[in-house]
Structures are given as C-alpha cells and as structure tokens.
Design a protein around this ligand. Structure first.
Ligand code: AMP
Length: 566
C-alpha cells in the first residue's frame, strides 16, 4: 500500500500581497500563516495608494489589514521620512493601545515608532513623546484634537489617515471632532475607513473625505442547508487567562476520541501542544512550518489513534484526509466565519454525530453571532463544566471500566486480597476503596471551578434544550462568589452616553435593576460626563451587567457599553 501523503498547506499566503520582505518575516515570526479575507482584500489597494472603505468587525484581522500597508508609507526608508506620517483614529483608549502595539509588533524590523494618545492620561507625558518624534500616532479623537489645538500634534506631514471602528466613533459622538481632525491633515493624504457596519452616516463621511475609495465588503460564502446539521455546537465564554484550564476541563469531561483543536497561529499551536502534553494528553502539532515528512508522521499517528489531539492551524488542516473526527475544538474563534464552517465540517460526517466546541473571549461574543448568521444555526453557550461535573464523569467511566473488568473475568488472583480485607472491614467499604483507587490512582487532585466570563442574555441558552446549563451559567449573586472576585470588589462599566443625551443616574440604575436583575443597593458610584458615563458594580458580575446593558437601550438609545479600564 502506498503511504498517504497529506497535501502540503498553501503557503503562498502573505507573500503575494506585495508586502516588504521584512514585514513578511515579522508575520512568519508571529506565526501567521495566511491572510484573512479582509487582509487579502485591503492590503493590495492600500499599497497601491488607493483610499479604502472597508466593512470589517473586530476579530477579522482588520488591524493588520491597515497596519501592514501603513508601515510601507512610514518606514524610515520610505522616499521621505517626515514625522508624523500616519494617524490612526480609534474610539477608545484600549483600542489605541492595542493598535499601537500591533503597529509596533508588525513594524519591529523597520524601526517604526508608534504611540497611543488617549484621554485620561497625562498631557505632559504625551507632549514629551510627540516632541521626540513619532511615525504613527494612534489616537482617540478628543485627545487628538486637544493636541492639535495646543499645537503639540503636527499633521502637516501625514500621508495616511485610518479611521478604525468608525461607526463606534460616531456612536460616541465624535463626528465633529473627526471633521476637525481631518481638516488639519493634508488634502492629498490617503484615507482608509474601517467600520463594522456601513450605515448612511458612515457612507456620508466616506463620500466627503475619501477619494474614489475601493469599497470592500467581504461576501459571505453560502453555507448549504444541512451542512452542519449533525454537529452539536457549543461555546464557552472564558477570559484568556482561563482558556487553557477551561480546555483541559472540557476535554476531561468530554473524553474525546479523536479531536482536532484549531488555533489562529503557528506559535499558538506550538505553545498549546506543549501545554497539553505537559498535562498528560497525547497531543501533536500540525502547522505550515512542518515539512512533508513531519506532517505525514503526525497524521499517521493520529490515524492510528496514537495521538488524542491534533493541534492545527487552518492552513495545515486543509486537505487533510481524516475519516472521522469526534470533536472539533476552536481554541480561538476563527477570524472568518467561513473558516468556522470549514473547521467544524470535519466532524459529524458520514451520518455520525459530531461535536464542535468553541472557546470565545468575552469581547469575541459578537463573532459567534456572525457565525450563527452565516450557518443559520444556534451555538449553545454553556458554562464550563464544574468540578462536580468532572467527578461525575470520572466516576461514570470508572464504573464502566470496572463493569468491563468484571465481565472479562480473570479475577481469581485478586479474590485473596478481598477476602483478607473483609476479615477486618465491611465488603462494601473494601469495594468502595478499590473504586476510589481506580478513579484517581495518584490520589485526589485539587480541582477548582473555572468561571464562565459572560452569558449573553439573548435566546441562546433558552433555545439550547435540556443540556443548556442556564442555572450554572447564571452569574453568582453579588459578593457570593469566592472564585470570580473578592466580595466587595467593584469594577467600572463605561457607557457611551452622558449629559448630552440627558442621561441621569436614575436611568442607569433603572436599566441595571431591570435588565441585570441587580438590587439597587449593590450598584456603586455613578458618574455622568458630557458624552459618557461610568458606573461601578460588583466585579464578579461585571460581564453579566455589561451583557444585560448591551441588550437594552438607555433613554431610548442603544449605547456602547463596555468595561471601563480607568
Ligand atoms: P483584529 O481583528 O485586528 O482585532 O485581529 C484579531 C486577532 O487575529 C488578533 O489577535 C491578531 O493578532 C490575529 N490575526 C490577525 N491576522 C491574522 C492572520 N492572518 N493569521 C492569524 N492571526 C491573525
């Protein structure tokens, strides 16, 4: 029989987009294997100098889609190096930090300096940084305008302006600030506008400020009805810090036979494989960095059931010829909803039922919704199995294996021990001790609960049927949890509306009491500013309150609600 050879992954990836070799090297070092759809669509026109209007939400890889071409324009060996050459406007300080970090990360080999400039931080420190000279300023609009008015931010040399999450900036009331900032930049600059949605207010801005933009909307691949019908789809929402623990807990409970775990990058695949092996699983990595021989070896072991878990990137798993996979795990929510369909289409084949398990971080919940829209199927949001679930499951499998052992016979050699012990102890106790040893041969392991980070208060859990773990996923009463936050600890929530929308503290208390079912006494200090408000709530239920407020309106308006990092 000729050995099966797996198709090598398509590694043309980023190299066909026209990016500088040093940027390509950066991406390889980060473990990125191929561009996401938005990157494939936006990078070439931006490199050619076109304006771009792109519909892309968080988690689609949009940051690299503008950061990589932007680095070409600002790199020290660009034809002219004048500072500041690029301005990225973002709605929030967290995003400013993230984007500046991403520009820095991708542009490391070019020596590009990128800084975040946002409100709430010291003006003096920012002025000092700006004076020293920076290539890329990533700013929130209010603070950018402050600096422009004080003449501490000079935009005369700007070659490219990016408006990131433009719809959010408008929601937060920054429309006038954006106009003023754009007016302070050279008219011949290149402009890119990225927005999760393209309502008419966004297209109006694009019509006014973009020149013959290339418009990008990522068309969705149609998913044939019934493609995933036999796949049970579950998601766990956990913080990044709890992800590995949640994965191992779920694997312990599900006890999958043959599983593929997908990660976004090569680096993540290697790290997770190492972690899982250290936890006693038989895991093998599969990514584009392996040569043909290594790939074949990994696949041979997987097929022969010598590996429990195959940890793979999307590219590496493409073209795999595996007959049956019991579980597909998305350790990261895939950047494109279509990739989700490709990934989980590997399970539940040939009439068998399969399971697809997705781990989403709290901010990635919107991506789950996108996937549901594409597949027209519900993803059940479940709570991470508890220690009690795990014990129950372990006892169940111990019971099953004891039953098999009894049926297989050959117990004569052990009867003597039982007899000698029953002279001293009750036979039930002897048997129970043997079960205990069989269940945890190394003694009992200390296990702790893993908190679910959030539950969407929409129809998911309700529609999920009897296995839906609504009760366990409900957040603890304020102050009642030992694991998720110390009693009395508070966390801030940012609400994207304030005095300008005539919001009063009573409106916020009312919304929290009605939607999140909190008692008014458990709500902390409320501050109402011109364009936003903040409220303190018990830390252990902050995500629940955010989810509740996101599903409702305050003063008749849908407002941005998120964790306040101040
Ligand atoms: P963003 O939508 O820009 O917030 O990106 C979402 C996440 O995807 C970030 O953690 C990026 O580092 C990661 N990412 C972006 N592009 C790629 C890619 N081509 N391959 C793998 N991961 C990526």
């Amino acid at each position: 029989m000729t050995p099966r050879t797996e198709n090598p992954p398509n590694t043309a990836g980023f190299s066909t987009l026209g990016l500088d070799d040093r940027l390509l090297a950066s991406l390889t070092a980060l473990g990125y294997e191929e561009p996401t759809p938005i990157q494939r669509a936006a990078i070439p026109p931006l490199l050619e100098g076109h304006d771009v209007l792109a519909q892309a939400a968080t988690g689609t890889g949009k940051t690299a889609a503008f950061a990589l071409p932007l680095l070409h324009l600002v790199s020290p060996d660009a034809p002219t190096r004048e500072r500041t050459a690029a301005l990225v406007l973002v709605p929030t300080r967290e995003l400013a930090m993230q984007v500046a970090e991403a520009v820095h990360k991708y542009g490391k080999p070019l020596g590009v300096i990128a800084v975040p400039i946002y409100g709430g931080a010291s003006m003096e420190g920012q002025i000092r940084t700006l004076k020293r000279g920076v290539d890329v300023v990533v700013a929130t609009p209010g603070r950018a305008l402050d600096h422009i008015r004080r003449r501490t931010l000079h935009l005369a040399a700007v070659k490219i302006v990016v408006l990131d999450e433009a719809d959010e900036m408008l929601d937060m009331g920054f429309a006038e600030d954006l106009e003023a900032i754009l007016a302070a930049t050279p008219a011949e600059r290149q402009t890119a506008l990225f927005s999760a949605t393209l309502p008419s207010r966004i297209t109006a801005i694009a019509n006014k400020h973009l020149r013959k933009p290339v418009t990008i909307r990522i068309e969705r691949e149609a998913v044939a009805a019934g493609t995933l019908a036999k796949v049970r789809q579950i998601a766990y929402v956990v913080t990044r810090a709890n992800k590995t623990a949640a994965l191992t807990r779920v694997l312990d409970v599900e006890q999958p036979v043959s599983t593929i775990v997908f990660c976004r990058t090569r680096t993540e695949v290697d790290e997770l494989t190492e972690t899982l092996n250290a936890h006693g699983y038989r895991a093998e990595a599969l990514h584009g960095g392996l040569n043909q021989e290594q790939r074949d070896r990994v696949m041979k072991k997987f097929r022969a059931n010598k590996t429990d878990l195959l940890i793979a990137t999307d590219v590496a798993a493409r073209g795999l010829d595996v007959q049956h996979v019991s579980h597909v795990v998305n350790y990261d929510v895939p950047v494109a909803a279509e990739a989700y369909v490709h990934r989980i289409g590997r399970t539940g084949r040939a009439g068998r039922a399969g399971v697809a398990i997705t781990f989403a971080e709290p901010r990635e919940q919107r991506m789950l919704r996108n996937i549901e829209l594409l597949t027209k199927q519900k993803i059940e949001i479940a709570a991470v199995p508890t220690v009690a679930d795990l014990r129950e499951r372990r006892l169940e499998s111990t019971r099953a294996s004891l039953r098999e052992t009894i049926l297989a016979g050959g117990l004569e050699a052990y009867r003597g021990i039982v007899e000698s012990l029953t002279a001293e102890f009750d036979v039930m106790d002897v048997a129970a001790a043997a079960v205990k040893r069989a269940e945890s041969p190394g003694g009992e392991k200390e296990e702790s609960e893993i908190p679910s980070a959030a539950v969407r208060p929409d129809s998911h859990a309700r529609a999920a049927g009897p296995r839906a773990t609504m009760d366990r996923s409900r957040p603890p009463k304020p102050g009642s949890s030992k694991k998720t936050g110390r009693p009395g600890e508070l966390a801030g929530i940012y609400i994207g509306g304030g005095r300008k929308l005539k919001i009063r503290p009573g409106d916020i208390v009312g919304a929290i009491v009605n939607e999140a079912k909190l008692s008014p006494e458990s709500i902390g200090a409320i501050q109402i500013a011109e364009r936003h408000s903040t409220v303190l709530v018990p830390k252990d239920i902050v995500e629940h309150v955010i989810a509740a407020l996101n599903s409702t309106s305050i003063k008749g308006k849908k407002l941005v609600v998120r964790r306040d990092r101040a």
